[in-house]
Write a protein that binds this ligand. Structure first.
Ligand SMILES: Nc1nc2c(ncn2[C@@H]2O[C@H](COP(=O)(O)OP(=O)(O)OP(=O)(O)O)[C@@H](O)[C@H]2O)c(=O)[nH]1
Ligand SMILES: [Mg+2]
Length: 207
């Protein structure tokens, strides 16, 4: 299809949510399944990096392959583990808690990877708090500097990216990065989808 692999990270503690975010359903679809299906529409190979693949075996994850981790050591280490398997020049990295991700936006970004300057190791959205490292593209050749950073004790994407050239990905709407971390975030997203439904719940509409 193209020269792209995707890595979906699904090994977080979900401590703010209080239950595994990967299995939370939005419009009846578990979040991990939603994100992986979008990833599979953009990339030939999709790896799911997680310490607990058995939790997700019942999901419909066509064309996706689990890469089991020994333990949760944070997203940067999970990414490095996935990246070690990648054979393509570019990899799309995604969190599993992005309920507003849009396939057409990722496909458009993927179609423009050829125009990213050679010196950039990644192309990512940027917002007020810095880079959005878990919804963007990295060059496979960033693995050696990433491993060096990790071996020196580094665990933060923001700190690692500070040392490198990164190209900004333009966002058609910041909404697609909506991160579902807490029960309040979940209530917001479920409320929005309820409002779009042809038969909105009478309790939400109120009198
Ligand atoms: N494979 C893997 N993924 C991780 C790890 N830590 C976080 N992630 C993933 O990284 C993404 C972003 O995680 P966060 O939203 O920051 O948080 P979280 O750890 O899942 O949840 P909190 O405990 O509430 O911070 C999610 O897709 C997580 O599943 C890890 O150790 N391994
Ligand atoms: Mg998150």
């Amino acid at each position: 299809m193209n020269n792209l692999t995707a890595i979906v990270l699904a090994g977080g503690q979900s401590s703010r949510m209080g239950q595994d975010k990967a299995l939370i359903t939005v419009q009846s679809v578990p979040l991990l399944q939603f994100v992986c299906n979008i990833a599979a529409s953009c990339a030939d190979t999709v790896y799911i990096v997680t310490p607990w693949p058995e939790r997700y075996e019942h999901l419909v994850l066509t064309g996706c392959k689990f890469l089991p981790e020994a333990a949760t050591q944070g997203p940067l280490i999970g990414f490095a583990q996935g990246l070690a398997e990648v054979k393509t020049e570019w990899v799309l990295l995604l969190a599993c808690d992005l309920p507003k991700l849009r396939v057409e936006v990722l496909q458009e970004w993927a179609a423009n990877l050829d125009s990213v300057p050679e010196e950039a190791i990644a192309t990512l959205p940027h917002h007020a708090k810095g880079w959005e490292p878990l919804c963007g593209f990295y060059r496979r050749r960033c693995l050696p500097p990433l491993l060096e950073f990790i071996n020196q004790g580094g665990r933060s994407f923001q700190q690692w990216l500070q040392h490198h050239s990164v190209q900004v990905l333009s966002l058609p709407t910041p909404e697609i990065l909506f991160n579902c971390n807490t029960p309040e975030d979940l209530a917001v997203i479920q409320g929005e989808f309820d409002d779009l439904s042809p038969n909105p719940s009478p309790t939400r509409r109120g009198a």
